[in-house]
Design a protein around this ligand. Sequence first.
Ligand code: ZN
Length: 289
Amino acid sequence: MKRIYRQLTALALGTMLASQAWAFGGFNLDLNKIISAGKNLSEASKEISEPEEISIGEGMASVLLGAAPLLKNDAIQTYINQVGRYLSLQTERPDLPWHFGVLDSVSVNAFATPGGHIFVTSGLLKKMHSEAELAGVLSHEIAHVLRKHHLAAMKKAGGMGFLTDVASIAVDQKGGGGYAGKELSKNLISGMKEILVRGLDKDDEYEADRMGIVIATRSGYDPYGLPAVLQTLDGLSGTSDVSLLFSTHPAPASRLDTLSGLMQSKFDHYQGQSVSDRFRRLVPNGGNN
Ligand SMILES: [Zn+2]
């Protein structure tokens, strides 16, 4: 993993965003490659396996880390992993290799990659006021992983080229060479970047909001953590630090509108819930014996 991170540190997302030429190059169907892939094609037409999903996600995490390094603060990195892994345990995919990290960037954003790499920028972290807000954001990203939204977007954008690349990952793994030391294919990398710049389908974002609130609430957090962050983001509208986030997501106000009915009918009961209050609630005389 570290090895790919190093290989790709030359890729800077800032520069990539400044010149978007690559973003629209996207996946080019490489017929020779498809033909030579031969029997791998039949494998490619199958569903993407979990090891393939994880490999793709590691590649995408490398692209992100090449653009913005991890914040050099071990206490914060440990903390975000504690919160994130606890949340992920409350989901139907607790066994994925979940990793959480804070990227050193003033840009206000959060990212997920297939297989369970989740990043929040230090710019977004600074705008938050509580662990419930952090849990809301992480749960939204966890939901993208659970529902495989990025894989669906890559498949849609890349078609057969993407599936062929995925098949070649599978072959590499079977060969015992592992994927981490191999060059990521250009198609796969450009597809990843394209998703990062274009964003996901709006419906996927709304779904991640709904699921994120369920995951955070199930984990014992106030369900209003994510809506509180969306309100903060709404207030940042028009500033440069949120430009990528705003161009890749529905407007915060419309996300709040979409959530409001759900919140009132299902989650008001849990408002004010706090993980740190659980002990006091369950053990009212704790510490007195
Ligand atoms: Zn999202």
